[in-house]
Write a protein that binds this ligand. Structure first.
Ligand code: IPE
Ligand code: IPE
Ligand code: MG
Length: 256
């Protein structure tokens, strides 16, 4: 369960009363491999993205059950605009439909949903769906689910380090505003990447300073709750030293 902090963010962009601060493990997932999953089946890439959206529901459910505090899912990078127009359009439609459907489910499960990333390039219907989903789930305290859309960690870092623009706010606070996040989340403990590549692709670069990195060849649509638990077990066996000499282990999340 998350601790209730009753923190009030009095920023220019958001004046939001955050019901609770995320407490517990922060896991980020680079959900890669939809296209290759589809190609292997002789299907169009869009079919891979649809299968990927189904996998999201399963993994969110498993993360909630495992007691993860924050789950950040990388859904669309700022660089993904470079893809063919039809694929981008299909992805945006998928996000809009999925948000509409999942907001209710998240609210019932006390999951707070936030979308991080740029908003000025998002079409109005999706923007409205994002805002609706965030409002609908704002009271959720069981888990914070962040969906990164039009997200670039580099761009966020550049924006957050620009002088004066945000007055004397702390760096973490500037970064929060730079990605339009309502809730401040400054470190990620575990980054999982499906699809076999071993890179971060502009995801949580600052937050991942001491993150454990878990790469799996499994394509995202095939990633299931049990795979998440396997990654968590692997994480628990890591020795985390943060530059020191002692192992600062995390609390056990899953039965081994
Ligand atoms: C990840 O799957 C989804 C997005 C980046 C939107 P990809 O579409 O990158 O799938 P691959 O890497 O081509 O298989
Ligand atoms: C990273 O995947 C972005 C998301 C999963 C949303 P990409 O497929 O865009 O990454 P690269 O191009 O292989 O680095
Ligand atoms: Mg990819």
């Amino acid at each position: 369960m998350q601790r209730v902090a009753g923190e009030v963010f009095l920023s220019m962009d958001f004046a939001i009363q955050s019901a609770c601060q995320p407490d517990g493990l922060h896991v980020g997932i680079i959900m890669d491999g939809n296209g290759r999953w589809a190609a292997r089946r002789g299907l169009p890439r869009q079919a891979g993205h649809r299968a990927g959206a189904r996998a999201v529901r399963t993994v969110v459910e498993a993360a909630r059950r495992a007691g993860i505090g924050t789950l950040t899912l990388y859904a669309f990078s700022a660089d993904n605009w470079a893809r063919p127009e039809a694929e981008v359009a299909a992805l945006m439609t998928l996000f809009r439909r999925a948000l509409g459907k999942e907001a209710e489910h998240c609210a019932e499960q006390h999951i707070r949903l936030e979308v991080i990333g740029r908003r000025d390039r998002i079409a109005r219907p999706l923007l409205l769906e994002i805002e609706r989903a965030e409002e609908r789930t704002a009271a959720g305290c069981r888990m914070l689910l962040r969906l990164a859309v039009d997200y670039s960690s580099r761009a966020a870092l550049e924006a957050a380090t620009r002088p004066v623009e945000f007055g004397s706010a702390e760096f973490g606070e500037r970064l929060r505003r730079a990605v339009n996040a309502r809730t401040a989340v400054e470190t990620v403990d575990l980054v999982i990447r499906t699809g076999g590549e071993q890179r971060l692709s502009d995801f949580l670069l600052w937050e991942a300073a001491y993150a454990e990195l878990f790469f799996t060849p499994r394509m995202w649509p095939d990633f299931e709750g049990e795979d998440l638990l396997a990654a968590l077990r692997w994480f628990e066996a890591r020795t985390r030293r943060f530059g020191g000499l002692e192992d600062r282990a995390t609390a056990s999340l899953v039965d081994s």
